[in-house]
Structures are given as structure tokens and as C-alpha cells.
Design a protein around this ligand. Structure first.
Ligand code: 5GP
Ligand code: ZN
Length: 112
């Protein structure tokens, strides 16, 4: 399948890994928008948040659990943002579900 993040999961494209288990991979974003910016993705290909259903939603809960663990490990006690862009208007550029975890500066709200 011609999917960038599936290739990263397979090891065909290198990444800077932050966390990995049998369900998820977390790695540094190549173009960071904050001092701390990682992507947390399911290893299985899911196109976007719009494809989440009763069959595959378990991995989303797991991603939030791992984000909380990473926040502790990385000492992000001032907070962080966990966000997924979905579809064209959501600003999604890679069609494999991913959660941006951003921290290390005060983040604007609402987003532009
Ligand atoms: P989106 O725009 O879909 O919400 O997020 C895609 C993210 O993937 C962007 O923040 C972009 O910088 C990141 N990205 C794109 N290509 C690569 C890559 O090859 N390696 C890594 N580590 N991140 C990438
Ligand atoms: Zn994929």
C-alpha cells in the first residue's frame, strides 16, 4: 500500500522513535510545530478519525493512554495538545490516522 506512515511502521522509511508496542508507534514529527512534537499512530492502517468504529476504536483509547505515559516520561507537566486533523478542511495531509502531540510552548486556541 502506498502509505507513508505504513512504510514508517514497516521500517522502510526511518523515523526517530519515541515509543513502540504491538499496537502503536510514536515518533518525532519531521517538521516540528512546537519544541516537542510527535505523532502517535496505530500500526494498522486506518485512514482518519472519520473511519473509527466499534471494530477499531480500541486503539484510540490506547493512543490516549500512551500519550499520558509519554507526558510523564517527558516531564510535560505544563501541558500538551493531542489533536488529529481529519480530511481536507481538517488539514490532514497524510491519510493514515495520527495524533499530533505538541508541547513546550503556549499553544494558541482556536487554531487558524
Ligand atoms: P497532518 O498534516 O496530516 O495532520 O500531519 C502530517 C504530519 O506528518 C505533518 O506534521 C508532517 O510534518 C509529518 N510528516 C510528513 N512526512 C513525514 C515523514 O516522512 N516523517 C515524519 N517523521 N513526519 C512526517
Ligand atoms: Zn497507512
Amino acid at each position: 500500500m502506498d502509505c507513508l506512515f505504513c512504510k514508517i511502521v514497516a521500517g522502510d522509511i526511518p523515523c526517530t522513535k519515541v515509543y513502540e508496542d504491538d499496537m502503536v508507534l510514536a515518533f518525532k514529527d519531521i517538521d516540528p510545530k512546537a519544541p516537542f512534537h510527535i505523532l502517535i499512530i496505530p500500526k494498522n492502517h486506518i485512514k482518519s478519525a472519520a473511519e473509527i468504529n466499534g471494530e477499531n476504536s480500541e486503539v484510540v483509547a490506547h493512543i490516549f493512554e500512551i500519550a499520558a505515559k509519554i507526558a510523564k516520561d517527558e516531564n510535560l507537566e505544563k501541558g500538551f495538545r493531542l489533536v488529529t486533523n481529519c480530511g481536507e478542511d481538517g488539514g490532514q495531509t497524510v491519510s493514515h490516522l495520527h495524533f499530533h502531540m505538541l508541547a513546550g510552548r503556549s499553544l494558541a486556541w482556536p487554531p487558524g
